[in-house]
Write a protein that binds this ligand. Structure first.
Ligand code: NAP
Length: 302
């Protein structure tokens, strides 16, 4: 088969040796000059999508696909698969645990105190004193929920369809989840239904002194509403990995706000060493004429 690798971000030199050794009989191309069977893409160079009309599968090299779905050049009718990479899921789980523990153990306050040379010990809480709300109980949210349960936290999760995860309160009502939550982790896909989901009214439902951890997409959070909730003291701290505009502009107040810890969209990166087996599995399915795994539902937008 002819397999296109097209990405302005993912390093071809890390992917291609692994792909070639797993699929020695296939031909890999870096440009869609002729008809191709499968396209492996993540932020492809301009003009790539227009050339994929006859492809049997577009395999995203990322978990979030909202940009591809919004691109009018995407060839409608060609199935699109998300990448569910075990290395990326593990990395995201580590990031969730790190931020939840930072908030729960008040380490963000100890960092502030260190900067001021202040020796002061805060009250200690048990994990079971706190409820972590997870928006999105998909591949990432479910794994984070399980690991947080293992640490003893109460966990409440929101999803579109009802879910059953052992020990986790789950609901299709976001209000029910937020009202129980001390700290909220956003792991939703960005769709018309989830854009702006954490606005003034929703943030007000989180318990006082709580935290927000957004590791999904910037537009899930209404930033002026978040800053108001931090400035009023309703929320104690926010952890943001994703932003409306990336890189975050130098003039953004988020850079220097004392209530914000930020990272440069680095919560979880695709890890070729663990992802290649998943990509190969989908290519083999296409070869056998079977539907690929993790196909995107175009109507739902994820
Ligand atoms: P997923 O498996 O598709 O799960 C999405 C979850 O969100 C599902 O539980 C889904 O409900 C729920 N959901 C979607 N729309 C909803 C709505 N309108 N109301 C309530 N719940 C809704 O996605 P994933 O693989 O976990 O990834 C989630 C997102 O994380 C990605 O789309 C991407 O944007 C982001 N991400 C960020 C990074 C980073 O480095 N910052 C890295 C990887 C991924 P159902 O279960 O009912 O379908």
């Amino acid at each position: 088969m002819k397999i296109l690798f097209a990405s302005q971000v993912e390093p071809a030199e890390r992917w291609l040796p692994l792909l070639r050794s797993s699929l020695p009989g296939d031909e890999f191309l870096l440009e869609a000059k002729s008809a191709i069977d499968v396209a492996l893409i993540a932020s492809p160079p301009p003009g790539t999508l227009e050339r994929l009309k006859g492809a049997k599968l577009v395999q995203s090299l990322w978990m979030g696909v909202e940009k591809l779905l919004a691109d009018p050049a995407y060839p409608r009718g060609v199935p699109l698969a998300r990448l569910v990479d075990p290395g990326m899921v593990a990395a995201m789980t580590e990031t969730v645990l790190y931020h939840v523990l930072d908030w729960h153990r008040r380490f963000y306050r100890y960092r502030e105190n260190q900067a001021q040379g202040r020796w002061h010990r805060f009250r200690q809480y048990l994990a079971s004193d706190h409820t972590v709300g997870i928006l999105g109980l998909g591949e990432l949210g479910t794994e984070a929920a399980r690991k947080l349960r293992a640490l003893g936290f109460n966990v409440a999760g929101w999803s579109r369809r009802p879910k059953s995860i052992e020990g986790v309160f789950s609901s299709t009502s976001i209000a029910e989840v937020l009202q129980r939550s001390d700290v909220v982790v956003c792991l939703l896909p960005l769709t018309d239904q989830t854009r702006g989901v954490l606005d003034k009214d929703r943030l007000a439902l989180i318990k006082k002194g709580g935290g927000v951890i957004n590791l999904a997409r910037g537009p899930h959070v209404v930033v002026p509403d978040l800053l108001s909730a931090l400035d009023s003291g309703h929320l104690a701290h926010a952890y943001l990995d994703v932003f409306d505009e990336e890189p975050l502009p130098a003039a953004s107040p988020l850079w220097r706000h004392p209530g914000v810890t930020l990272t440069p969209h680095a919560a979880a990166l695709t890890e070729p060493r663990t992802a290649v087996a998943k990509v190969v599995e989908n290519i083999e399915r296409v070869r056998r004429g079977e539907p690929a795994l993790n196909l995107v539902d175009f109507a739902a937008g994820y």
